[in-house]
Design a protein around this ligand. Structure first.
Ligand SMILES: NC(=O)c1ccc[n+]([C@@H]2O[C@H](COP(=O)([O-])OP(=O)(O)OC[C@H]3O[C@@H](n4cnc5c(N)ncnc54)[C@H](OP(=O)(O)O)[C@@H]3O)[C@@H](O)[C@H]2O)c1
Length: 331
């Protein structure tokens, strides 16, 4: 199978190439694309990166997009009208389109979804929150949830990561921190309660994505979600404080067991996870499970995960592997 990765030079693209090299066991050829012709150094090897203009000249079976939404919006329809490749888009461009499945393999990877020509991988905070909530939803029926997220600089891509490092370097050398470009305010030593533009109701883009994507993935169109998303000066990993209300009566022991057994989740019964626990793997780390006593049938939990891995690249690689297995079965 010939696989293309578009946006390979970005943070998600880089992680995706590494994921494919390290995890995909079925045979494949790998073709990387970026803004310009260049090279990518991953796992001690150099890979050529071709300019995105070469994309339509290369016969590909699967194309993964780790690009900004405007690039996905431009190139995905071009591929669809010129070739039959299966497309996995990591951007927000098509996540709300009815005919484009939004997939988290542990939750909703039905065969039918993989028959669509294009699928989307969800927003990183949504993915991490739902990885923790889905095992509980299966038992008790999720009614609503509220969350406060503490999101790393790399969630804004390479420019966000670099801006925070530059501010750190400027601080230690007693220099001016410079004008913030990737974030609305200086991120170093700060907490910024804005990720994306606010709508007329004062809801940020990131908060809106969590509401709409959770409804779509869980197939709960009336699910109530209230989110406050905050950018913090962590380099990687998003942390999320969640309070979730369920339809049915909850047993704390049973909820704990469900999280202990959930694929892709590491549950902390006594201690709690932090960024250093989560930065080097693709798991959704969950701790501080306890009653939220402000409402009946309500649990509070603390979730931490690497948003570049399970929040994007790992999720995309998992979808790719499902597609490869499906193609193998058909042949
Ligand atoms: N960062 C996260 O935690 C995260 C999590 C979930 C989803 N996502 C989504 O994943 C996508 C990629 O995010 P990222 O964080 O990896 O961003 P990034 O680090 O800024 O990388 C963006 C990639 O797109 C390429 N690109 C940008 N403009 C282009 C153009 N005009 N033509 C061709 N290629 C172009 C960049 O090439 P150059 O290197 O040459 O600029 C780079 O390879 C975004 O849609 C983002 O919303 C990100």
């Amino acid at each position: 199978m010939e696989i293309g990765v578009v946006g390979a030079t970005g943070l998600v693209g880089n992680a995706l190439v590494k994921e494919i090299i390290e995890h995909v066991t079925l045979p494949y050829g790998l073709h990387l694309f970026g803004r310009n012709d260049t090279e990518l150094y991953v796992n001690k090897s150099h890979f050529p990166v071709h300019s995105i203009e070469q994309l339509l000249k290369c016969p590909l079976d699967v194309v993964l997009f780790a690009t900004p939404p405007e690039i996905s919006r431009k190139w995905i329809p071009l591929i669809q009208s010129n070739a039959r490749a299966f497309i996995i888009d990591g951007s927000s461009a098509f996540r709300q389109k009815n005919d484009i499945p939004l997939i988290i393999p542990e939750i909703n990877s039905e065969t039918k979804a993989l028959c669509s020509q294009c699928v989307s991988s969800p927003n990183c905070t949504t993915t991490l929150a739902l990885m923790a909530l889905h095992p509980l939803h299966k038992l008790y029926g999720l009614k609503s949830f509220s969350l406060c997220s503490y999101q790393a600089a790399s969630g804004a891509g390479r420019k966000g990561y670099t801006e925070l490092i530059d501010q750190c370097n400027a601080w230690v050398s007693h220099k001016d921190l410079g004008t913030p470009l990737a974030f609305p305010k200086t991120l170093l030593f700060n907490a910024i309660p804005q990720i994306g533009a606010f709508d007329a109701q004062g809801v940020s883009e990131e908060e809106r994505k969590i509401l709409l994507e959770s409804r779509k993935i869980l197939r709960l169109p009336k699910l109530e979600v209230f989110a406050t998303c905050v950018r913090i000066p962590a380099l990687t990993c998003h942390s999320i404080a969640i309070s979730a209300t369920f339809d049915q009566k909850i047993s704390l022991e049973q909820a704990q067991k469900a999280l202990q057994e959930a694929p892709g989740v590491r549950f902390y019964e006594k201690n709690y996870p932090d960024v250093y626990c989560a930065m080097n793997d693709s798991l959704c780390h969950v701790g501080r499970l306890r009653w939220d006593t402000t409402r009946p049938n309500t649990l509070a939990l603390w979730v931490v995960g690497n948003q570049l891995l399970k929040g994007s690249a790992t999720n995309m690689r998992q979808i790719l592997e499902l597609k490869m297995q499906q193609a193998l079965k058909k042949s």
